[in-house]
Design a protein around this ligand. Structure first.
Ligand code: KG4
Ligand code: ZN
Length: 354
């Protein structure tokens, strides 16, 4: 008889967010708590690994207690535990992995380590995520997204195009050669004095600007049709900022933000569409922190609509790091029979093909 995984605890601590979530029957989020460390790292302009680990340690037990309380459960009600095992910061990941192992061992319930990127993909299976390109997709049952899908995973650490063939079966088509999409948003925002993380601030500012005000470069890679490179674009933006400063001109921040965002999102959308067409796949799934970007969501929705493709978008609450997506990926892995034992370890450089 197959086991039922009614209640799964998800744990996420790969970077600067400590998160715990409780998932019911693989799709309904009963609790989803995220304790962001942004304030802690802000003064340093980026994440300080040692500070991140210590903060995870101080937060994680309390967060799990609160998540269970919010779901009106106790530890004894859980049927399984899923935890991010990588990629990410080694010390940070270890906090989540050790906590998950200790709990699974003491409760005698199944444990599964999850690739963080796979977690992002599964944000689309959470009950209030929705497809947005046709009315049929708007009402789709989130637990029944058909494969194959063309996946575009865009976060602070990764930019990848992959064919999602089935649950847990992926074929990587291409990824970034240098900066990830979210990383370049953060770096450009920092250079413009917008703070960290820059993606959401830049997204808001861009709404007031002209996306075609600045002419910025678009890198096309020879012999790598599905790869990305954003470092040339980043340098061009930084150069524009310096040039304006040297001329004593006031930087038109909203225009620059809008032009930069237009250049990144147009590339992402164009490549995702082209990859879907080239592989005869009629459905695109977006995932990762940058999937929260309003211009990217809008562009993808319009291009998919115009090309007769169905688009799946995670709801905004589940785009950036959270533990509900980890619990959801865990649900599917546990159902498929995957189990980890107490040798489970953090895998800081875990790749996309696993
Ligand atoms: O997926 P995520 O939470 O963490 C990683 O796994 O890396 O992604 C965080 C990234 C950051 O770079 C952040 O600036 C970016 O996602 N991000 C956005 C937006 N919201 C978050 N980028 C562009 N527009 C947004 N609205
Ligand atoms: Zn992430």
């Amino acid at each position: 008889m197959s086991e039922a995984f009614g209640w799964i605890l998800g744990i996420e601590s790969s970077c600067d967010e400590t998160a715990a979530a409780v998932l019911n029957n693989g799709a309904t989020v009963a609790a989803n708590l995220v304790a962001s460390q942004t304030g802690l790292h802000e003064a340093y302009g980026g994440v300080v690994p040692e500070l991140a680990s210590r903060q995870h340690m101080e937060t994680i037990n309390m967060l799990i207690d609160h998540a269970l309380a919010q779901a009106s459960l106790t530890l004894a009600d859980l049927h399984g535990i899923a935890v991010s095992k990588g990629p990410g910061l080694a010390g940070a990941l270890l906090v989540g992995v050790s906590t998950a192992k200790a709990l699974a061992y003491s409760l005698g319930i199944p444990l599964v380590g999850i690739n963080h990127m796979e977690g992002h993909i599964y944000a689309n299976w959470l009950a209030d995520s929705q497809g947005q390109s046709d009315s049929q997709a708007l009402n789709h049952d989130t637990r029944d997204i058909p494969f194959p899908l063309l996946g575009l995973v865009v976060s602070g650490g990764h930019t990848a195009l992959a064919i999602l063939m089935d649950h847990g079966k992926y074929r990587l088509l291409g990824q970034t050669r240098d900066d990830a999409a979210g990383e370049v948003f953060d770096k450009v925002a920092r250079a413009m004095g917008l703070g960290y993380p820059g993606g959401p601030v830049l997204d808001r500012l861009a709404r007031e600007g002209d996306p075609f005000a600045y002419d910025l470069p678009w890198t096309r890679l020879k012999n790598d049709p599905w790869g990305f490179s954003f470092s040339g674009l980043k340098t061009a933006v930084l150069n524009r900022i310096n040039q304006e400063a040297m001329r004593g001109a006031e930087l038109r921040k909203a225009d620059l933000a809008a032009s930069f965002q237009e250049t990144v999102t147009a590339q992402l959308a164009e490549k995702a569409l082209a990859a879907a067409n080239a592989h005869g796949i009629g459905r695109i799934l977006l995932a990762g922190g940058v999937a929260a970007n309003s211009a990217l969501r809008q562009k993808m929705a319009v291009s998919c609509e115009n090309n007769g493709l169905v688009l799946y978008l995670p709801s905004l609450a589940y785009c950036t790091d959270n533990a509900a997506m980890i619990a959801c990926a865990g649900y599917h892995r546990l159902q498929a029979g995957f189990r980890d034992d107490l040798t489970l370890n953090a895998e800081p450089s875990l790749g996309f093909n696993w």
